[in-house]
Design a binder for this molecule. Structure first.
Ligand SMILES: Cc1ncc(COP(=O)(O)O)c(C=O)c1O
Length: 416
């Protein structure tokens, strides 16, 4: 495919650039690391500061608790579920830790946990299961939650990637057995942008009596998602956050748990925001909320909550379907341009299976990323690769400019 042959859909989304002033200062192709700041987020943050200054602690009841409820609703709306099915978390690691704490009983073979899971129709409730299946392409925190549970006898099985891009469903099929408590993996891999077959993974896990936990950080806001339907072909838990494709900055993450599993998946990592009687201030009893707030911890970062609103508003106003079309086309353009330049690409070529990341293989990426930064081009690197992640607000010219700069900087010895 030639660069000239790539058509990029949804060109009118470029009008949103004006709302992200930082985009005028650099060529920013690093949304997979940190989405750009919008004027709307800045305005919401100013609103928070004004409330803090004028109301002090009274702002909690008048504004901030309702703002948290609104944030849960906003996340839920993106995923097709009510806000009552969303629990807020400070980051994805924290959300995963809470979920992991609710699964510990399965590893231990604890009767109460197994009984509750059986009652929810899960064969996982049959007996103790100590294995967790993840992959070599997953973000470290996904494996780390369960590596930290080695003292409980938990064994983490890390599936290798045969092509460095994906892990085939057949590899999961070969690994998941009656010892498996859960599959913990990403919807989109953070270095390759490859999309996984979440429904296929859910089916496999459930057929074999295991649970499925999905890290969707590189997918939410980029891939249309409906968690309301699909029955047991849905993950049992889904975690994500605002840092990247929701343009909401650091400090906000969330989890969704299948509501029919609320009673079965009881967290032991907890805090007073998870209580059904939060303002009774009763230290002697713990009654978890009936909804997904049961998975929350303590006081959330309220400034982050306000900042997040700006990005979420933009994403919901545009619609994830339109964002998806534009993003996938910009990725295809980046691949075509990099192919023309003879750069070594590590990306999924099938558009249906690629989300927002196109990686260029460079053995020593850091000096290249620094040289690009000196030209006001912002991308990032991971071991052996440079990640390009054009978002809906990037232009075709920006994608071409970044690839042209790479063409000038990357030594010929590192080419295809
Ligand atoms: C797929 C994925 N999961 C998890 C994380 C990290 O999550 P957190 O820092 O919120 O724990 C990242 C990136 O920061 C990521 O890309």
């Amino acid at each position: 495919m030639t660069v000239a042959g790539v058509g990029v859909r949804q060109p009118d989304l470029l009008r949103y650039r004006a709302e992200f002033p930082g985009l005028a200062r650099s060529t920013y192709l690093n949304t997979c690391s940190l989405g750009a700041l919008s004027d709307r987020s800045r305005a919401h943050l100013e609103r928070f500061l004004g409330q803090w200054e004028s109301l002090g602690a009274r702002a909690w009841y008048r504004h901030w608790l309702p703002e948290l409820a609104l944030l849960r609703e906003e996340y839920g709306a993106l995923l097709g579920v009510p806000g009552t099915q969303i629990g807020l978390a400070p980051n994805v690691s924290g959300a995963l830790a809470t979920i992991a704490s609710a699964i510990d009983g399965v590893h231990r073979g604890d009767d109460a946990t197994l009984g509750r899971l059986r009652a929810a129709g899960l064969p996982a409730g049959g007996r103790a299961r100590t294995r967790v299946i993840t992959t070599a392409l997953d973000f470290p925190t996904v494996g780390h939650q369960w590596l930290a549970r080695a003292p409980l006898g938990v064994e983490v099985v890390v599936l290798p990637s045969p092509d460095g891009l994906t892990v085939p469903l057949t590899a999961f099929e070969a690994a998941v057995d009656e010892r498996t408590a859960l599959i913990a993996t990403g919807q989109v891999y953070f270095t390759t942008g490859a999309i996984q077959d979440v429904a296929g993974l859910a089916r496999l896990a459930h057929e074999r009596g295991a649970l499925l936990v999905i890290d969707a950080y590189q997918a939410t806001g980029l891939l249309p998602t409906d968690l309301a339907t699909g029955g047991t072909d849905r993950p049992d838990a889904y975690v994500s956050g605002t840092l990247k494709w929701l343009f909401g900055g650091p400090g906000n993450a969330f989890l969704w748990v299948r509501p029919d599993l609320f009673e079965a998946l009881v967290p032991s990592t907890t805090g007073w925001f998870s209580s059904s009687r939060q303002f009774a201030f009763d230290v002697a009893s713990l009654d978890l909320a009936a909804d997904a707030r049961r998975y929350e911890l303590g006081t959330p970062s309220i400034p982050s909550t306000f900042v997040a609103r700006g990005g979420l508003e933009v994403v919901r106003e545009i619609g994830v379907e339109r964002i998806r079309e534009r993003t996938v086309d910009l990725g295809t353009l980046a691949i075509a341009a990099a192919d023309d330049a003879g750069l070594r690409i590590r990306a999924v070529r099938d558009e249906a299976m690629r989300a927002g990341i196109v990686a260029v293989e460079v053995p020593e990426p850091r000096p290249v990323v620094d040289a690009l930064a000196a030209r006001k081009i912002i991308v990032d690197y991971r071991p052996g690769i440079i990640r390009l992640s054009p978002a809906f607000y990037n232009s075709e010219d920006e994608v071409r400019l970044v690839v042209a700069a790479l063409d000038e900087i990357v030594p010929g010895t590192d080419r295809a």
